[in-house]
Design a protein around this ligand. Sequence first.
Ligand code: KIV
Length: 263
Amino acid sequence: MKTINEFQKMKNEKRKISVVTCYDYWSARIIDGTDIDAVLVGDSAAMVMHGFETTINAELEMMGYHVAAVKRGLKNKFLIADLPFLAHKKSKEILVDAIDLLMKAGAQAIKIEGANGNIEIIKNLVDTGIPIMGHLGLTPQSVNQFGGFKLQGTNETAADRILNDARLLQQAGCFSIVLEMVPAQLAKLISEELTIPTIGIGAGVYTDGQVLVLQDLLGLSNGFNPKFLRKYLDGSELIKGALNNFNSDVKKENYPGEKESYH
Ligand code: KIV
């Protein structure tokens, strides 16, 4: 997939959309050779790559470096970047500069968390020709407001608010919406009503696509075991095994061998 048009086409044709996060060149090259549909340079980079506790620490400069590195490794995939914490709340100039930086680094679309207070901003950006992806439910930049990384939309009022926000984001021109950590039935309702694709994470099977953090699905995020996560590889153990084999070969003078030496 290379364009937002294909996102919409996949929803229209009831084909599920797969998205993974990516933050660097070497994993971008690997993803580029897979069937994954699209790539998100998430502000989760602050946590996964830099060890911060929340995404609040994702700075614009940090995001720009990650987007540029991913872009250099990605030839065949649609690339979305997160707008970092408060970049749209400071001033119009700061927002425009932030989007300028992320898109010149290689992003084809920008993801903005939340609807409240953002609808006019999103409308203006879409009118300017910038594809915007929405993000509702557990929007991690608001983790302190939620009191932790918790399931959202668990009562009728909260669920109604998320459904209404989804409608507003679609009207504002978003080409897609991430639904994070909401009950599967709510995600189903939203996905059935909206004409644009929904991409779920911890939102059940009924969304139009799924997104996971690359390191989580590869089993590289030690100690992170939420109910929604399926690990497709025991990455940490495999990497540790390879490193221990290298260490042991070095100690035993098993590496380098004849074939690995120059004469
Ligand atoms: O930053 C991120 O990785 C995200 C996804 C989990 C949707 O926003």
